[in-house]
Ligand binder design. Structure first.
Ligand SMILES: Cc1cc2nc3c(=O)[nH]c(=O)nc-3n(C[C@H](O)[C@H](O)[C@H](O)COP(=O)(O)OP(=O)(O)OC[C@H]3O[C@@H](n4cnc5c(N)ncnc54)[C@H](O)[C@@H]3O)c2cc1C
Length: 467
């Protein structure tokens, strides 16, 4: 039987490997770390989470909650490892990052049909002894990036993202912060942006700011020096993950309507909402690291050390990691890909993960799930399929392969890209958004079940996962 070669052992590559191997097909994963580092990864683990430890909302009134549930039903190794490494985060699924990536590494490393090779693949392999899945992520190595650029031409683009700082819990002044959730509970979990504002059930520490404190902080932020964007000519940020100083430059109150939003956060000491608030979210199982939610930044590290302690409660905070700007590499999905995650020009070549034009941990793993299964189907001579557009995973595949190619932007999963509900005899489309979202999720899971019964997914996994 031919072997599937997967380049990159991140979220997408690991999921693809697991799915293909579970279909009985041999897989070789080529992962360049630790032989060759990236600018952001810190370990040699597979599926390392490079920034936030949140997989975002985990309820069915939320599109990423639906996507995760679909993946669980499809036997996702990433979801099993994530569920096993869960830390408190209200209505969201957040994980202990080390435990999570160790779980995936062990599962892949011990699978009898998966071989892990630690090497950089510098070029897109020619048609070889089996299908190839390129899952090299936003920090694809330079030589492979150049070769992909040559292959897809001008559709191969770069742009920036930025990550949030993390503080050591014991250095937070607990007498100044308060534990609370927005509105006392999460109404919608975490939706939308990977790095956006979170709501949880009392699992967040909130740093309240008075008007004076906010204005001083704002002033310092506006004058802080930013790291140079030397490598690239143009700074293009993912709108859902904007650096705070970029948001701040849009107006003095923009942050108070974004990551410093105080709405629904009652400070128990005053009984009132503060003027502004910064939320801190637990970042590891031990609870000794907290990240500043939505505080991705491109300020120079020295400037972060000067400006961030102006946030009440963080005056003496020790920063385990400062925020930073990073590269994101992705192809123009609609030009290059089919709904099966195969390229339009080569049946045996797939892209998956961030480089394929999706955004986020869960979306990357989801694309790997379908690419891995379809690569396995190709080897086995079975039809290649994708779940219907009424499902989150199918909608993502459709978006990546069918969105308007001009100004293409990677997307998180949202209900907006899932096929809308249609009224049918005896069943109206709910008018309220929350009810409509639940109805979309119920339809998605029902349609996924039907699809699974009619495809290769009908077979249950054949290798036990342990974590
Ligand atoms: C700094 C930063 C912050 C981010 N923050 C978030 C966040 O908070 N939340 C979120 O959901 N998403 C975030 N993202 C996006 C995140 O990268 C993706 O969600 C996810 O990691 C993508 O998974 P992936 O498998 O596509 O890529 P990765 O997880 O990056 O995996 C790709 C793998 O390919 C390997 N590789 C690269 N080139 C080669 C080669 N030539 N040969 C062999 N191996 C190679 C890399 O070493 C890596 O292990 C962030 C990205 C970056 C860079």
């Amino acid at each position: 039987m031919r072997t599937i070669h997967i380049i990159g052992g991140g979220l997408a590559g690991s999921e693809a490997a697991w799915q293909a191997a579970e279909r009985g097909v041999p897989v070789t994963v080529h992962e360049m770390r630790p032989v060759r580092a990236t600018a952001v990864h810190k370990t040699d683990h597979l599926a390392e989470l490079v920034c936030s430890n949140s997989f975002r909302g985990d309820k069915l009134d939320n599109a990423v909650g639906l996507l995760k549930e679909e993946m669980r039903r499809l036997g996702s190794v990433v979801m099993r490892a994530a569920d096993a490494a869960r830390v408190p985060a209200g209505a969201a699924l957040a994980v202990d990052r080390d435990r999570f990536s160790r779980g995936v590494t062990e599962a892949i490393g011990s699978h009898p049909r998966i071989t892990l090779v630690r090497e950089e693949v510098p070029r897109v392999p020619d048609a070889a002894d089996g299908p190839v899945i390129i899952a090299t992520g936003p920090l694809t190595s330079d030589s492979l990036s150049a070769d992909i650029a040559a292959m897809v031409g001008s559709d191969h683009l770069y742009f920036y993202d930025a990550i949030s700082p993390i503080v050591l819990a014991e250095t937070i002044n607990m007498s100044k912060v308060f534990r609370a959730s927005r509105w006392g509970r999460s109404l919608r979990g975490i939706s939308g942006e990977a790095c956006g504002v979170d709501d949880g059930e009392g699992d967040y520490l909130n740093c309240p700011l008075t008007k004076d404190e906010y204005e001083r902080f704002y002033g310092a932020l506006m004058t802080a020096e930013r790291a140079p964007l030397h490598e690239f000519d143009q700074a293009k940020f993912f709108e859902g993950c904007l650096p705070i100083e970029v948001m701040a430059s849009r107006g003095v109150d923009t942050l108070r309507f974004g990551p410093m939003k105080p709405v629904g956060l009652i400070d128990p000491r005053s009984g009132r909402e503060p003027y502004a608030a910064v939320q801190l979210r637990q970042d590891n199982l031990a609870g000794d690291h907290f990240s500043l939610v939505g505080f991705q930044t491109q300020m120079k590290w020295g400037e972060q050390a000067r400006v961030l302690p102006m946030i009440p409660g963080l005056e003496q905070a020790e920063f385990v990691r400062f925020g930073m700007v990073h590269r994101n590499t992705y192809i123009n999905g609609p030009t290059v890909l089919r709904e099966t995650w195969q390229t339009r020009t080569r049946d045996d070549l797939f892209f998956a993960g961030q480089i394929s034009g999706v955004e986020g941990y869960v979306e990357s793993a989801a694309s790997g799930l379908i690419a891995g299964r379809n690569a396995a189907a190709l080897v086995r001579g079975e039809p290649l399929t994708t779940p219907p557009r009424t499902t989150a995973i199918g909608a993502l595949a459709y978006y990546v392969s069918h969105a308007a190619p001009r100004n293409y932007q990677p997307t998180n999963i949202t209900f907006g890209i899932i096929a809308p509900l249609e009224a049918s005899a005896g069943r109206k489309v709910p008018r309220k958004k929350a009810e409509r979202n639940i109805a979309l999720s119920e339809r998605a899971l029902a349609d996924l079940n039907v699809w699974m019964r009619g495809t290769q997914f009908a077979n249950s996994p054949i290798h036990e996962f342990t974590n």
